[in-house]
Design a protein around this ligand. Structure first.
Ligand code: GDP
Length: 297
């Protein structure tokens, strides 16, 4: 389950202060030592932890909190608020083009869940928002990526545009956009190539696709189970490509939560969706507030 380990630790720490009728500065400091350890153990970036602890402590030992009628609860509320801010604050919605089609480019390393997420996102747009998406198979390098997307398309009864693996991604994207405009699709979702590691050739190709596709969103798909590596990947992609949002996959198996809690603070990129399983309906718009409540119980 998502964040189980972190949630357990934080909840038992906060439980102790919540019921207290009187809370001293020393109580807050002691609690924050435990929160700090819990976050570090969850693999949250250490600078992010340091900042978080500083902010919460400053607010929690403030007069209006400790002198309030329910200081324990107020302290917990401060932790909740700051955790929400850390996760991104307000929910960040998908951009929509002024006229259709809205173009979404999916990028990420191999194995992160990019092709699966492309299918899930198309499913979300059609089922939840009643929009018509065109899926575009432009990952011509990973064996079977095109076929994988075509299979997902069949399963979801959604059209997949492909030209095989002998045509350049730029040409595939160009032709797909022509088709989408002519046939009035609402969204075009381009599944681009990933590699095992970030390299120049990959980035150049993605830049070329970006140039011709002029996407409204460049969504980076990262595997939350990889912790701080996911944060580093996000920094690199953003630097080279200008990412507009992150999809965190495999949150269903991530008991720690280090990537989710660090990525916004380190990269300033919003988390737009979370992948919660392998099935096509296991994609959720990311709500920082709800996630924070889930972690703190
Ligand atoms: P790509 O190389 O980035 O296109 O990766 P794939 O889309 O092929 O996904 C790699 C593996 O991760 C597949 O086995 C997916 O079923 C799995 N996967 C993707 N997203 C999730 C998720 O949110 N939760 C879980 N548990 N598995 C996922």
């Amino acid at each position: 389950m998502a964040f189980e380990g972190l949630a357990d630790r934080l909840q038992s720490t906060l439980q102790r202060i919540r019921g207290k009728g009187k809370v001293t500065e020393a109580d807050v400091k002691e609690m924050m030592r435990e929160v700090r350890l819990a976050l570090l153990e969850a693999d949250v970036n250490f600078r992010v932890v340091k900042d978080f602890i500083k902010k919460v402590t400053e607010r929690a030992v403030g007069q209006e909190v400790l002198k309030s009628l329910t200081p324990g609860q107020q302290v917990v509320k401060v932790v909740h608020d700051e955790l929400t801010t850390l996760l991104g604050g307000e929910q960040s919605k998908l951009a929509v083009g002024t006229k259709p089609p809205t173009v979404i480019m999916m990028v990420g390393l191999q194995g992160a869940g990019k092709t699966t997420t492309t299918g899930k996102l198309a499913n979300h747009l059609r089922k939840k928002l009643n929009r018509q998406p065109l899926l575009v198979a432009a990952d011509i390098y990973r064996p079977a990526a095109i076929q994988q997307l075509e299979t997902l398309g069949k399963q979801l009864s959604l059209p997949v545009f492909s030209m095989g693996d002998q045509v350049s991604p730029v040409e595939i994207a160009t032709k797909a956009l022509e088709k989408a405009k002519a046939e009035h699709y609402d969204y075009v979702i381009i599944d681009t190539a990933g590699r095992l590691h970030i390299d120049e050739v990959l980035m150049e190709e993605l830049q070329q696709v970006k140039e011709i596709a002029n996407p409204h969103e460049i969504l980076l798909v990262v595997d939350s189970m990889t912790g701080q590596d996911a944060v580093n990947v996000a920094e690199s992609f953003n630097e080279k490509l200008g990412v507009t949002g992150v999809v965190l996959t495999k949150l269903d198996g991530d008991t720690r939560g280090g990537a989710a809690l660090s990525i916004k603070a380190v990269t300033n990129l919003p988390i737009k969706f979370a992948g919660m399983g392998e099935k096509m309906d296991a994609l959720e718009p990311f709500h920082p507030d709800r996630m924070s409540s889930r972690i703190l119980g």
